[in-house]
Ligand binder design. Structure first.
Ligand code: TYC
Length: 103
């Protein structure tokens, strides 16, 4: 059973119904107290980076103040932020983690 009506209008209605989800980036912020090794471990554990890439990202954050750890749908990004903040608090580190929509 084919849809009836103007095919362009049919596609336009479909586009309005189903859109790819907005993406959110998760960032770590630099501070003067969190040990470098802890940040590397966070990047490996929660963002699935290998040790070498995790070290590169950590150093970029250390030098530039902030850095992207990953890009996710909104709910996954928020869960990553909560996991990082909980791990940091558990270890007594002031590490800050935020998420923001891309664009
Ligand atoms: N600046 C910290 C130090 O010198 C290391 C660090 C890197 C902290 C990245 C937080 O998101 C961060 N020990």
């Amino acid at each position: 059973q084919l849809p009836t009506g103007d095919p362009v209008a049919v596609l336009e209605r479909r586009r309005q119904r189903v859109r790819p989800p907005k993406l959110h980036q998760v960032l770590l912020l630099n501070d003067d107290f969190t040990p470098m090794e802890f940040v590397v471990q966070v990047l490996q554990e929660f963002f699935n980076k290998d040790r070498e890439h995790a070290t590169q990202i950590m150093l970029k954050i250390h030098l530039e103040g902030r850095g992207v750890c990953g890009v996710f749908t909104r709910d996954v990004a928020q869960t990553k932020v909560e996991q990082v903040l909980q791990a940091a608090a558990h270890h007594g580190h002031p590490l800050q983690c935020v998420s923001e929509p891309i664009e």
